[in-house]
Each structure stands twice: as C-alpha cells, then as structure tokens.
Design a binder for this molecule. Structure first.
Ligand code: FE
Ligand code: CA
Length: 448
C-alpha cells in the first residue's frame, strides 16, 4: 500500500468533559477535499495511537492507547478516556506511521463539591464564506475551561448566483448545496482546515449542539422547510447528523436517524450545564418533544448548583417587532413550551443562545438570557432601537461578530461580549463591547 500523506490536516479536538474523563477526536484526511474519496483515504480501517500527558512536552504520559479509524465513519477517531483527575489540564496527540498530530490541551470538569470558578466561552454561526474565524483565535488565547458551540457549525448552502458584497469572502470546496453524506463531510473538512478553528479546538474541550444549518435552513423534526417529503428529508438528516458526529468530539454515535443531543454536564457547585435539542423533536406546537421536556424540567428542578445554564440554539425571550409578527423559528413560536420551562425554572436560570447573528441580553420572567453573536455569519437587517423600545425586558444589543466569555462561581455569573471589528480579512483585534453580571435575576453592566 502506498504511504499516506500527512493525515492530521483537520486538527484535533476534545469534548464532553466529566470529572474523570474526556473524548479525544481527530480524523484522518491526507487529501481533505477529495471530491470522490472521503479525506483521500483508502477504504480500510487504520489503527491510530494516542497519548495523554500532564505536560505539553509529553514527558509525563499518564495514558496511551490505540483506536480504530474506520472508513464507515470517514476515518474519524473518538477516544473515550477515563480515570483522570477532576479540574485538571491534560495534553494529547495522535500518531499514525511517522506522522504526529498537533497537540491539544483539554481539561476535566471539577468534582461535585468544587466551588472553584468556571471559565467558559460560547459561540455560534460560523459561515465560512462570510469571513475569517478571528474570534476563535482570541477565544483560544483565553484557554477557557470549556467552550460551547450553540449551532450552525457549518452552513449547507451552495454559492448564490449573485453573492451580496462581503458575503463571499472565502471560497467553499464546492458551490453546490450539501444534501449527501459525501458533501456534508467535505463541507466539515473545508471548515476544519481553518487554523483559528483548529486552535480553538486544541485550546479547550468543547460541548456542542447543532442548530438547523448542520442539516438545512429552518428545518424542524421531519419537516425540511423546502417542501420535500419527510421520507426523503429523513435520509438527508441522517447523513447530516452522521457527518456532524464524525467531525465532533461527541460521546455518542447516532443510532438510526437519531442523534442524542440533549444532555447535562455538572461543573461542581457553581454551575450545571443543561444542553437542549430544539430541532429534532420539534413539532407544530412543542419545542422539545415530550421525552426531552420531561427530562429538562426534571433537571431544572433537581439541580442543586448555584447556576442552571440552559445552552440551546434559538431565541428564548419574547420579542415584539415593529413590522413583522413574532418569529416562529424561536421560542415565540412555542409559548406553551416556554411557559412550562419557566414554571420549572429555579432561581439562577441563565439561558445561552445563538442563531440570530447579533448580541442581545434579556431579562426573563425568571432568570436571564445571553444571546451571543455569530463568529462570521452576516446578520439580516435589524431595527435594533425599535426592538429595544418595544421590548423593555431586552436590555442590550450589539451588531459585531465575536463570542461571549463567562466566569461563574457560587456567587456571581459574569458575561463579557467579546467582539472583532471586521471578518472580511484576518487579523482583527478583540475588545469587550459590554460586560454583565447577574444580580437577583437582573442584568447589571460591569463595564460602565
Ligand atoms: Fe446562523
Ligand atoms: Ca440557525
């Protein structure tokens, strides 16, 4: 067999941190954008070795092993590491033949009794063709304990016939819309070749949830939103979620056409992270589906941590618009679901949201919502001052690209909106455009 070229072109990642374990990820792809053979790989299983160490020079290796990279899973590698110490930094890398991957840093979750502060960032909406992932370079430099991705990791769109100015900054691997497994795989490969995105994955473990564009714009349940039949759409959704799993440091493979997204991750006494799936089980009147809703309400009620962070994809607070009716691709389309979540919500609810490509901060009937802007995706037109005037519970708007950086302990929840001034070229510096703390269910500015 011919020797493989360098196979770690898509970087490394880790995720799903527990007090004693993490998932390590990579994918073999010596020719990542090969249009006919995924990653340019032969159709056989390869055995990849991995090492986990206490230091980035790998002088104190604490665990090592091998893992299969199978053609059925696009030669992705998911290593389940256990037996680690809580709230501890570890470094990892992969090897195949004479090739060695980049080094990733990961960190376990704290033990249940920990009162130490938790530092995390959250991001969403990274449309590759719209710009450079500079926000990730800055988020990586913070080396947070964990990073959340709230959806739209890829966009399935093809190239428009006439792209608007500033909306075709970087070319995709193909100008066609993704509908097949092969096309979704190559779209992920295109994104994951980005050095800033690789740096953010190598800087911290991630917890990820998809939104609509990992599959198709505005999809919900079995309804594609384009008029095609549910049976045809289910095949597409299955392919899309398979490719998502293949490129994310997830703990669970998809089974059949279902990918288990909703889950929770406790981080000591400071915070419980509750991750919700607002796409797969949605129907005409129910955002979460009965099983997930039952689970979610139970988690909210039983959590003993100071902060209950509901990480999810779409706008939670009610919104009135000056001209249009309320959005139905948001919790405004499911007011009864939202009322049940709020009724179960204890003191200390903080909702984290992506999807809308702008920064907002809202006070809820109970708790608060931080809506993070896009990494690159350009927003639609927004009459922010009219929306703020019509919705007194919405306290803040900002229209830059960026991410949100949070520090949480058993007393305080602080969130800083970190922004860049341009994404049409590389190299934008970062600044904090606003900071908030949560006090008695209200938002307080910390930067003015
Ligand atoms: Fe988006
Ligand atoms: Ca979205």
């Amino acid at each position: 067999m011919a020797k493989l070229g360098y196979p770690f072109t898509l970087g490394v990642a880790s995720g799903e941190p527990l007090p004693d374990g993490v998932i390590l990820w990579t994918r073999l792809a010596p020719d990542p954008l090969n249009p006919s053979k995924p990653g340019g790989m032969p159709t056989q299983t390869f055995t990849v070795s991995w090492q986990l160490a206490e230091d980035d020079a790998f002088t104190k290796i604490v665990q090592s092993g091998t893992a299969p990279a199978q053609p059925d899973w696009a030669h992705s590698v998911h290593v389940r590491v256990a037996g680690l110490r809580p709230a501890t930094d570890y470094f990892y890398r992969f090897k195949l033949d004479s090739h060695t991957s980049a080094v990733g840093r990961t960190r376990t979750a704290p033990d249940p009794q920990s009162t130490a502060p938790v530092h995390f960032g959250f991001v969403s909406c990274q449309r590759y063709e719209h710009g450079f992932f500079t926000a990730y370079k800055h988020l990586a430099a913070e080396r947070p304990d964990v990073i959340f991705h709230l959806g739209d990791y890829i966009y399935e769109y093809g190239k428009p016939a006439h792209p608007q100015p500033g909306r075709w900054v970087r070319p995709l691997e193909s100008n066609a819309e993704c509908t097949t497994l092969g096309a979704y795989r190559n779209r992920y490969a295109r994104y994951k070749m980005d050095a800033d995105l690789q740096a953010a994955h190598a800087a911290a473990p991630w917890l990820v949830i998809p939104d609509d564009h990992e599959v198709r714009d505005n999809y919900r349940g079995l309804l594609p939103g384009d008029g095609s039949s549910p049976a045809v759409f289910l095949k597409r959704r299955t392919a899309a979620y398979k490719a998502y799993y293949e490129h994310m440091p997830l703990r669970q493979r998809p089974t059949g056409h279902n990918l288990q997204i909703y889950r929770w991750r406790p981080y000591g006494k400071s915070v419980d992270f509750i991750l919700a799936d607002t796409r797969q089980y949605r129907d005409g009147h129910d955002m979460l589906g009965p099983d997930q809703e039952h689970w979610l309400l139970g988690r909210l009620k039983s959590s003993a941590s100071r902060w209950k962070v509901l990480a999810q994809a779409v706008f939670f607070a009610p919104r009135k618009f000056p001209l249009e009716p309320p959005s139905t691709d948001a919790w405004d389309g499911y007011p009864e679901s939202r009322a049940r979540v709020l009724a179960a919500a204890p003191d200390g609810l903080v909702v984290l949201t992506g999807d809308v490509h702008n920064n907002w901060a809202c006070e809820l009937e109970r708790g608060v919502e931080f809506v993070g802007t896009s990494v690159t995706s350009m927003p639609g037109t927004t009459d922010a001052s009219a929306i703020l005037a019509l919705n007194p519970h919405i306290k803040f708007f900002d229209g830059h690209r960026g991410y949100v950086s949070c520090v949480v302990d058993t007393q305080e929840f602080r969130a800083d909106y970190r922004v860049v001034d341009f994404v049409d070229r590389a190299g934008a510096p970062v600044r904090t455009v606003a900071g908030f703390r949560v006090a008695d269910g209200h938002l307080q500015r910390t930067d003015v």
